[in-house]
Design a protein around this ligand. Structure first.
Ligand code: PMM
Length: 280
C-alpha cells in the first residue's frame, strides 16, 4: 500500500506512531501482544485512539537481546501487517532485514522503520529505494547484544548529528528519496541516560539537518529512573506520563512524529503543548 506522503494530522499535532511489538521479549510490553490475534486487536485499538501509523515489529531490540531467525521474524509480523493493512491502517514495518521489509511491503505495509538506518543489512537500501516508500533511519552503532559498550561520545549531540547526516547522505546517494527520509536519534540505542537527555534538550540541532525527525523515547529506561534515586526504576508500563512529557517536548521543538506505546496520554499532552504554542 502506498501512503500519502508526508503524513500529517488535521489537528496539527506531530504524527503519532503506535507501537505493535509482536515479540515475546520487548522491554516495554514483552509478550503482551505476541499472538497475532492479540497484536491485531491491539493495533486496531491504537488506531481508534488516534494513532496515524502502526509500527509492527517482530524483533526485540532491548539491550542484550538476541535475534530471531528470518523465518521466525516473518512468522511473527506478516499476519499482523496483513490484517492491519487490510483494515485500512498505515502500517510501518520495524525491521533491520531487507527480506522482512520486502515481504511486509508486499503484505500491506507502506513505510519501513529501520533502527539500523540501513547498516545491518546492505540490501535494505535497494528494497526501500525500489519500493519508493518512506524510510525511517535511526542512529545506530551496532546490534543490541553489545550496543551499550558503544555508548561513548565526545559530544553526544554533535556526534549523533554528524553520524546521522553522513547516513542520510549515503542513503540518498544510494537511491533513497530525500523527500521520504525521516531521521531518528535512537534514544536508548548505544546511549546512556545522560546522552538521551542531551539529545532531547538539543533536538533542534537534529531538526537543523532538514529532515523530519521521529522521537522514540516511549517507556525507555531513562524515564523510569527519574525520581527514584538509587531505588528500582519504575516498570515500563508506569512510564507513560513521562513519555507524554517527552511527546509534548517533541511538539514544542517541531519534531515530525513520536513513536509511543500509549497513544491517549501522548495525544492529550501534545494537545496541551499545541494550545500553548498557538496561544496569542
Ligand atoms: N525503539 C525501539 C524499537 N524501534 N524505532 C525507531 N524508529 N525509534 C526507536 O526509538 C525505536 C524503534 C525499541 O522500543 P520498543 O521495544 O518499545 O519497541
Amino acid at each position: 500500500m502506498t501512503a500519502a506522503w508526508p503524513i500529517s494530522r488535521a489537528d496539527g499535532l506531530p504524527v503519532v506512531m503506535g507501537v505493535v511489538n509482536v515479540t515475546p521479549d520487548s522491554f516495554s510490553d514483552g509478550g503482551e501482544w505476541f499472538e497475532p490475534t492479540a497484536a491485531i486487536a491491539h493495533g486496531l485499538e491504537l488506531l481508534a485512539q488516534g494513532a496515524d501509523i502502526l509500527d509492527v515489529g517482530g524483533e526485540s531490540t532491548r539491550p542484550g537481546a538476541g535475534r530471531p531467525s528470518v523465518a521466525e521474524e516473518l512468522r511473527r509480523v506478516l499476519p499482523v501487517v496483513t490484517a492491519l493493512g487490510a483494515a485500512g491502517a498505515v502500517v510501518s514495518i520495524d525491521t533491520m532485514r531487507a527480506s522482512v521489509a520486502e515481504a511486509a511491503l508486499d503484505a500491506g505495509a507502506s513505510l519501513v522503520n529501520d533502527v539500523s538506518g540501513g547498516l545491518a543489512d546492505e540490501s535494505m537500501v535497494e528494497v526501500v529505494a525500489g519500493a519508493q516508500v518512506p524510510y525511517i533511519a535511526m542512529h545506530w552503532r551496532g546490534h543490541s547484544s553489545d550496543m551499550q559498550s558503544r555508548a561513548v561520545y565526545g559530544d553526544v549531540v554533535a556526534d549523533v548529528r554528524s553520524e546521522l547526516a553522513e547516513r542520510a547522505d549515503q542513503l540518498v546517494s544510494q537511491g533513497i528519496s530525500a523527500e521520504r527520509l525521516v531521521l531518528d536519534p535512537g534514544f536508548g540505542f548505544a546511549k546512556l541516560a545522560v546522552h538521551n537527555w542531551a539529545l532531547l534538550r538539543h533536538l533542534d540541532q537534529l531538526l537543523d539537518l532538514g529532515f523530519p525527525v521521529l522521537v522514540g523515547a516511549s517507556r525507555k529506561a531513562f524515564l523510569g529512573r527519574l525520581g527514584v534515586g538509587d531505588g528500582e526504576p519504575r516498570p515500563p508500563r508506569d512510564r507513560d506520563v513521562a513519555t507524554a512529557a517527552t511527546s509534548s517536548h517533541a511538539l514544542t521543538v517541531g519534531a515530525w512524529g513520536v513513536r509511543v506505546h500509549h497513544v491517549p496520554s501522548t495525544i492529550d499532552a501534545m494537545r496541551v503543548a499545541h494550545a500553548i504554542k498557538e496561544a496569542p
